[in-house]
Ligand binder design. Structure first.
Ligand SMILES: [Zn+2]
Length: 74
């Protein structure tokens, strides 16, 4: 069975050379980009989920309560 010399890091997706003697440390920026990429479907659906929530009774109450708080601060 063919086994690739390179494997992706399971945390950041970077291609790692298995034969390299050095240990890998994830680059924080790459790690954040990779995690955001993994959540892309959740991020894309967030706005619709928020609208759906705000259209329900509990959400409408939250909107009303927020408006009350803003008015009190003026
Ligand atoms: Zn990594």
């Amino acid at each position: 069975m063919f086994r690739s010399r390179y494997m992706p890091c399971e945390n950041c997706g970077e291609s790692l050379d298995r034969t390299a003697a050095t240990t890998h440390e994830c680059d924080p920026e790459r790690l954040a980009d990779y995690q955001i990429f993994g959540m892309r479907h959740d991020i894309a659906g967030f706005e619709q989920k928020l609208r759906d929530y705000l259209d329900r009774a509990h959400g409408r109450f939250e909107v009303w309560l927020a408006a009350q708080r803003v008015r009190r601060k003026k």
